[in-house]
Ligand binder design. Sequence first.
Ligand code: XIL
Length: 300
Amino acid sequence: ASTLGAAAAQSGRYFGTAIASGKLGDSAYTTIANREFDMVTAENEMKIDATEPNRGQFNFSAGDRVYNWAVQNGKRVRGHTLAWHNQQPGWMQSMSGGSLRQAMIDHINGVMNHYKGKIYAWDVVNEAYADGNSGGRRDSNLQRTGNDWIEVAFRTARAADPAAKLCYNDYNIDNWSWAKTQGVYNMVRDFKSRGVPIDCVGLQSHFNGNSPYTSNYRTTIQSFAALGVDVQITELDIQGGSATTYANVTNDCLAVPRCTGITVWGVRDSDSWLGENTSPLLFDRNGNKKAAYTSVLNAL
Ligand code: XIL
């Protein structure tokens, strides 16, 4: 196969990218994105601040631009994200307690109802665990509504759109030896044992000097999969752009049947949230394929 999407499809997987609605008028950008990828995540447009800027007033204009571009070009869409401490609209940031809990539920229902039946997988909850050695939850207004907020989010999501896979998504849960990874693993194990509806774990996989790719990444993928969930690599970027590391990540996913796809967090280095100078993606600013691109294509 000569594109990432087609190569991934040879083993029943997908290869996706984050898409920014503001770049859909850039034909160099859309040409690469359309050619190479068969799964799309809206980089910001389906987040809470974008979709519910005022309480109870939903706005899907930017999210729909990304969604429609994807579907018109034959791609599937991952939904990102419904419950998160970050990129909350101002009205939600200032809420707490029972009213915040209800606002979270209403938000999940409002967004999932709009996209009902149209989304491959939703990142229902994003980044709920703390960095460092605690292995516990991150402090946030949502966490302060009660430890059960995550399972309430998943139960709400299942009822809102039974067709969507429901994922827990986080960063720094790639290294199997890290406490944060074990904390999330224990949550997923608990959810599966109690019948809380969860279908997948998203490993964001933002690799850099402080959280590098390690050889136990495959163990992490295998371990989550063994709990009975799919694993998706949801926001891959590698600072420095090592072709070897890109190949390792790809091979680790391919080694686990339930690792169902890989998404890179942007198209060209100049599109990356990390800045072009970190060279984290598969295409350079001129749209040329980098060594990392060839390395991934050959591994798929
Ligand atoms: C980032 C976007 O790429 C930026 O454009 C935005 O300014 C901030 O958010 N983890 C996530 C993503 O789950 O939503 C983040 O995306 C990157 C880290």
